[in-house]
Design a protein around this ligand. Sequence first.
Ligand SMILES: Cc1cc2nc3c(=O)[nH]c(=O)nc-3n(C[C@H](O)[C@H](O)[C@H](O)COP(=O)(O)OP(=O)(O)OC[C@H]3O[C@@H](n4cnc5c(N)ncnc54)[C@H](O)[C@@H]3O)c2cc1C
Length: 298
Amino acid sequence: MIAPPPIPIREHEPMERHSSWRAGGAARYYAEPASPAEAQALAAWARLHRLPLAWVGRGTNLLVRDAGYPGLIASYRAQDWQIAEQGDSALLSVEAGAPMAGLARRLAAMGWAGLAWAEGLPGTVGGAVFGNAGCYGGDTAQVLVCAEILIDDTIESWPLERLAYDYRTSALKRADRVPGAIPPLVLAATFRLTRGDPTALMAAMGRTAAERKRKTPAGSSCGSVFKNPPGESAGQLIERAGLKGRQVGDAVISPIHANYIVNTGAASAADILALVAIARDEVRRQFGIVLELEVCVL
Ligand SMILES: Cc1cc2nc3c(=O)[nH]c(=O)nc-3n(C[C@H](O)[C@H](O)[C@H](O)COP(=O)(O)OP(=O)(O)OC[C@H]3O[C@@H](n4cnc5c(N)ncnc54)[C@H](O)[C@@H]3O)c2cc1C
């Protein structure tokens, strides 16, 4: 028999509710811890019952296979933040559940520069730290000072170097999922900010928002599916392979941006993954280039 969990959990939770693709199977257990103590207690509970555990943010880069996830999926929700000013610069400490885009806007309105590139970036601070999210000339690695990581029941402060960032990846993302082991959780991050003019910052972010709106296909997606191979654009390779508009079930390779797969209705994870396989196979066959997933599949 399974011992009661330390915080409320849901059983057989459809993960399509928690993925911006609006697709995917169910989590056997699902919870939303809102503090380090709750996350630690949940990890202990999963360990006790030998359940696999996956920490997630807001599911904007995530797909759960249709067969479902046999363990616990926990979406970390703590989102407090504070600024320590040091003259014309500051250190921002922010919990991992905070939304990147909302945070960037609030900081800009207060006259703090550093995260303006994250205008319109979906997902949380934790997801950005995990995957080195970036866009419009900036990325997480450029402004991160350190991150608080829950690992093996202790909280460690990892300096930037230890995260070993590269394009859309980190030491956390590269680490293999070890069966039975609890993966590290990003609890919080510290970013370096500099003073800026709020009007100029907000105006620059308004321009980014307009460009994002123009380039982003409408509908349910998880952003770019593949990383750009060195010196190449994944979207252009898929387009040159003649795959724009290719459809499997309700999933379609966007006719607007070929590195986006859009769920136009009731696509399954299998529909999306079939398109992933088609894009990968065709790009390898036609150009000899192997596309690597940016999206995380559970
Ligand atoms: C329309 C659209 C546009 C996008 N544009 C961009 C873009 O311009 N640039 C870009 O980089 N990305 C983009 N993305 C992808 C997405 O916004 C980022 O990858 C984002 O950082 C994911 O954050 P999340 O909280 O949703 O993470 P999730 O999708 O929930 O999780 C993604 C991965 O991060 C891990 N993770 C999440 N939180 C934690 C945590 N606290 N501790 C440990 N691991 C964690 C999960 O285990 C998972 O492997 C876009 C997505 C969409 C839907």
